[in-house]
Design a protein around this ligand. Structure first.
Ligand code: CP
Length: 309
């Protein structure tokens, strides 16, 4: 099968293993395209895409916009904080007004869990979830797995530990679903206050000892401490968090083996990861960003093929 089994990309939990294979094979092609002197293909000249960001973003927003432009789609951008949302306009009214301008695909980041699913039931456009609250961030998980596959040859059978603020992370949940679909083993590591209670029901083991977690894994995906989502104190101090769960070069040197270091960004340098580790040869953080464009081109291209003209 060379087509997606889904009509929208709302979350990794709706995908089948073949969907990930199809996306990655398509992304392989687009990665070659974006490394050509002329980085653009005419594939989506008849498609219009709206990027709706109700929450802040640097990587995801720019990566989607670049992916859309590399595919020759027409692109419009919307940031909630500069819009009529500030005057009280609802999500459905906002989107229906944008769709009246003949938009085919909506890429949306929203603070509310399930915002993409809600939208997909109420508007006539393809929806791509660019992050919904603390729920899912499917294209981040796809680009993360794609980057592991590129670095290690395969995701199947690899041991990946997701470290840090799992509770507030949409990256963690999407990564767990994506990695398991591809046959990887997943553990999480962090303070128990930042590990959701439901995590074991997903077949994910919890390791609270950072050294043991790093000794076990092939890949460490380090999460940002999301201070802006914390309404209470989840750990005594940032200093203590860093001492217990921060990744530094000394810990890695003492492992006696090399592991791959990932981070979805933005990084709190010196909190969850030191600069020397983030910028080291073991880090694939900027490869993740580069691969994000090819993976998003693949997702957009595959969904656009389903649009009947
Ligand atoms: N990784 C990620 O989602 O980064 P942004 O919030 O900058 O988009």
């Amino acid at each position: 099968m060379s087509e997606l089994s889904v009509e929208h990309l709302l979350g990794i939990k709706y995908l089948k293993p073949n969907d990930i294979d199809v996306i990655f094979k398509t992304a392989d092609h687009f990665k070659e395209v974006i490394n050509r002197p002329i980085k653009k293909v005419p594939s989506l000249r008849d498609i219009t895409i709206a990027n709706l960001f109700f929450e802040n973003s640097t990587r995801t927003k720019l990566s989607f916009e670049l992916a859309e432009k590399r595919l020759s789609a027409d692109v419009i951008n919307f940031s909630a904080n500069q819009s009529s949302v500030k005057k009280g306009e609802t999500l459905i009214d906002t989107v229906n007004n944008i769709l009246a301008m003949k938009v085919d695909i909506v890429v949306m980041r929203h603070g509310n869990v399930g915002a993409g699913v809600f939208l997909s039931k109420h508007v006539n456009a393809k929806i791509i979830n660019a992050g919904d609250g603390t729920h899912e961030h499917p294209t981040q998980a796809l680009l993360d797995s794609y980057s592991i596959r590129e670095k290690l040859g395969t995701v199947k059978g690899k041991k990946i530990v997701i470290i840090g603020d799992v509770l507030h992370s949409r990256v963690a949940l999407s990564n767990i679903f994506a990695l398991q679909l591809q046959g990887a083993e997943v553990k999480v590591c962090g303070p128990t206050t930042l590990i959701p209670k439901y995590i074991s029901s997903l077949g994910v083991q919890v390791e609270t000892d950072l050294k043991k977690a790093l000794e076990w894994c092939d890949v460490a995906n380090v999460l940002r401490v999301q201070h802006e989502r914390m309404d209470i104190k989840y750990f005594p101090s940032t200093r203590e968090y860093t001492q217990l769960f921060g990744i530094n070069q000394e810990i890695l040197d003492n492992l006696g083996k090399k592991i791959v270091i990932m981070h979805p960004g933005p990084i709190n340098r010196g909190v969850e990861i030191t600069s020397d580790v983030a910028d080291s040869n073991d880090s694939i953080i900027l490869n993740q960003v580069e691969n994000g464009v090819a993976v998003r081109m693949a997702v957009i291209y595959l969904l656009a093929q389903q649009i009947k003209r």
